[in-house]
Design a binder for this molecule. Structure first.
Ligand code: UD1
Ligand code: CA
Length: 462
């Protein structure tokens, strides 16, 4: 039994006042279309097509980054039936069932799609509409029933006063027998107030030919929620945020106070980890068990081990192994690895660098394009001078090295195992293992220095 799917995504974002197509507007950092595709992907469909509008290269580009899809362009927006028609190829004889849904209702879930499909096939339905009850059904197509069975779906603008009161609404998600869709779709006319080809008219038409049509009433009303405006989008973000925090709490993650915490959809967090306010975990971030993250931290696409403490840290595309302690005010830039037990203190930036086990970079330092060994101690104010204005160069530091305060390491340069650099040195040559490198003028003393004496006397006389 082959199944196909069409995602309607040709709408523009006019009311969002965005240059982006609407389906690319994000909920918790992920385009709404991405949420829909995540759910659809889990259904093991044979082919999924996306109906896109003119100039929707960005939608196409995003979808391609998520999987394999076919694209059909709807060059004029003539309604949902017209949109579906563009993907005709996906309800050819090759397929038995076709799922149709909207790209701008992000909370459609895998579970609902699966159980409605079981309902669809067990009842041998031609069409199954997924419906939901809304306290405020304004704007949605109303499900009009005749006894237990369906009669039609009537769009808000075409409703009579009585129909307006109906609270069961069309979610915009449907399972069709592909052959029914193929046969009935061309019969839909645009004889309605908006002059559009309404996909919903297929219900009445199919019933007229004794088709078997039914509604699958979904308990959760979230599945229908979409966004037309920024205010809607913000509401979806709030709902999604709470849902996701609940999932993590269920798994043993601690949020003493949820203020300002945003955890994106694909983030994984281990049990007994505590997340403090104003922490944003983004992208494909994975956090281990027993960590303390935040307050005020932003972690994007990082793999964080167990028992890690990050306080006021920004970290991107990096690996932080077990027992690392970083912060406050630390910036971990992409492609860095902080190995087991590393300690990074205030105002330190690390970029494209591997920092070995138990190494400490406690204050005011920049370590970039570097490979650093185990148990190295960085004095305050160490700088790897990695950029000569044209090219970037590497600094290599061996195990147990001791880098004195205010050392400039002018790359390319190598500091051997157990070597020491004296405070205030600018190191431009490789330093062999076990040696001391000093590069500074020796201290000169002038006895009885008058200048400060004068200053102090001046102060007294005032
Ligand atoms: C549609 C349903 C309505 C349902 C609601 C659920 C119809 C006629 N009405 O109404 O019963 O309650 O969804 O959200 O189907 N689209 C295109 N091309 C078009 C028109 C729409 O791709 O020419 C896409 C939109 O981008 C959107 C989806 O189809 O993703 C739904 O279209 P929209 O205009 O939002 O339909 P509604 O009026 O909300
Ligand atoms: Ca809509």
């Amino acid at each position: 039994m082959k199944k196909s799917c069409l995602v309607l995504a040709a709408g523009d974002g006019t009311r969002m006042k965005s240059k982006k197509p609407k389906v690319l507007c994000t909920v918790l950092g992920k385009p709404m279309l991405g949420w829909v595709l995540d759910s659809v992907r889990k259904l093991e469909l044979n082919q999924t097509g996306i109906i896109i509008g003119n100039n929707a290269d960005s939608v196409k580009e995003y979808a391609i980054s998520q999987g394999e899809y076919k694209f059909y362009i709807q060059s004029e927006r003539k309604g949902t039936a017209h949109a579906v028609m563009q993907g005709e190829e996906l309800f050819s004889d090759e397929y038995e069932h076709t799922l149709v849904l909207c790209g701008d209702a992000p909370f459609v879930s895998e579970d609902v799609l699966k159980s409605s499909f079981v309902f669809h096939t067990e009842n041998n339905n031609d069409i199954t509409v997924i419906s939901s009850i809304l306290d405020n059904p304004f704007g949605y197509g109303r499900i009009i029933r005749k006894g237990d069975s369906l009669d039609s779906i009537v769009e808000e603008k075409d409703c009579t006063e009585n129909q307006m009161e109906v609270k069961e609404i069309n979610s915009g998600v449907y399972w069709f027998k592909s052959s029914t869709l193929k046969r009935m779709l061309p019969k839909i006319s645009n004889n309605n107030i908006k002059g559009e080809y309404y996909l919903t008219d297929i219900i009445r038409l199919s019933l007229g030919e004794n088709g078997k049509v039914n509604a699958f009433l979904c308990e959760s009303s979230d599945i229908v929620l979409g966004a037309n405006t920024r205010a809607d989008l913000s509401r979806l973000n709030r709902i999604a945020r709470d849902k996701i925090l609940d999932i993590h709490m269920e798994k043993g993650v601690d949020f003493p106070l949820t203020d300002g915490i945003i955890i994106e959809k694909d983030v994984i967090i281990g049990a007994d980890t505590v997340i403090f306010p104003n922490t944003i975990l983004r992208g494909k971030t994975i956090v281990g068990e027993g960590c303390t993250i935040g307050p005020n931290s932003l972690i994007e696409n990082c793999k964080i081990g167990d028992n890690v403490k990050l306080n006021n840290v920004q970290a991107y595309d990096s690996i932080v192994e077990d027992n690392v302690k970083a912060g406050p005010f630390v910036h971990i830039r992409p492609n860095s690895t902080l190995k087991n037990g590393v300690k990074i203190g205030d105002f330190v930036e690390v970029k494209n660098a591997e920092i070995g086990d138990n190494t400490a970079i406690a204050h005011l330092s920049y370590v970039g394009d570097s490979i650093v060994g185990k148990c190295v101690n960085f004095g305050c104010g160490t700088v790897t001078a990695n950029y000569d204005g044209i090219n970037k160069h590497q600094t290599i530091i061996g195990d147990n090295a001791f880098i004195g305060c205010n050392t400039n390491l002018v790359a390319p340069v190598k500091i051997g195992d157990n070597a020491t650099t004296a405070a205030g040195s600018t190191i431009t040559k490789d330093v062999p293992p076990n040696s001391l490198a000093v590069e500074r003028a020796s201290t000169r003393i002038k006895e009885n220095w008058k200048h400060n004496k004068l200053r102090l006397e001046n102060k007294k006389s005032k």
